[in-house]
Design a protein around this ligand. Structure first.
Ligand code: FES
Length: 204
């Protein structure tokens, strides 16, 4: 059930949207930003104020993976299950992550500290297997033994990460691709080996 403070936030968003056409997705985004997810009560308020059916609102929201209907954790850990990560042991990393967190993929811990999800390629196959935290920090070249450290970090402060900046990440990816001979030293590094064809993985 929504708290009064959350109801006020949704109300305020709907006030701002008043009279605007084609505003549903923007409203859903803003409500999710403010409340953290899209509770049923908020969906009803949205449908009512935008003069749409609840089915219509749910239909649009459920079309996009971006929207969530259950509370999510303060931190969201995503284990990449794309082909390169899968081949290099992502399943074992995910299984260990599930065991350490005590939840299955798609679930949130009871204390709402962590949500565990899987994702397709995050564009850094050279460091596979890979996991991200809050879509910002990337942990690469993972194995199940490293999971304990990641979970402890995420649960405690979520501050220490393997590759701290996007620039650093790109240079690591680029170096690995050169080492593996996937790209020449003079070529621009590809953001994702699979998108450009990774030798041995059945891509052209
Ligand atoms: S498949 Fe995992 S980063 Fe590309």
């Amino acid at each position: 059930m929504l708290q009064q403070e959350e109801i006020n936030k949704v109300d305020s968003i709907l006030d701002d949207a008043s009279g605007q056409r084609g505003i549903l997705i923007a409203v859903l985004q803003r409500v999710q930003e403010k409340v953290g997810y899209l509770p049923e009560e908020a969906m009803k308020m949205i449908a009512n104020r935008l003069s749409l059916s609840l089915t219509n609102v749910y239909g649009v929201a459920s079309f996009y993976k971006h929207f969530h209907f259950k509370p999510r954790g303060k931190n969201v850990v995503k284990v990449c299950m794309g082909t390169a990560c899968h081949v290099r042991g992502a399943k074992a990393v995910l299984t260990e992550m599930e065991a350490k967190l005590g939840i299955k993929e798609g679930e949130t811990t009871k204390d709402l500290s962590v949500t565990l999800e899987t994702v397709g390629c995050v564009g850094c196959c050279a460091l596979a297997p890979v996991a991200t935290v809050n879509d910002q920090d990337l942990y690469g070249e993972l194995n199940p033994k490293m999971v304990d450290d990641i979970v402890s970090t995420v649960r405690s402060e979520h501050g220490t990460h393997v590759y701290s900046t996007d620039q650093h990440l790109r240079s690591r990816c680029a170096s690995r691709q050169v080492e593996e001979g996937t790209i020449g030293k003079g070529n621009a590094p590809s953001p994702c080996l699979l998108r450009h064809g990774m030798p041995g993985f059945g891509f052209p």
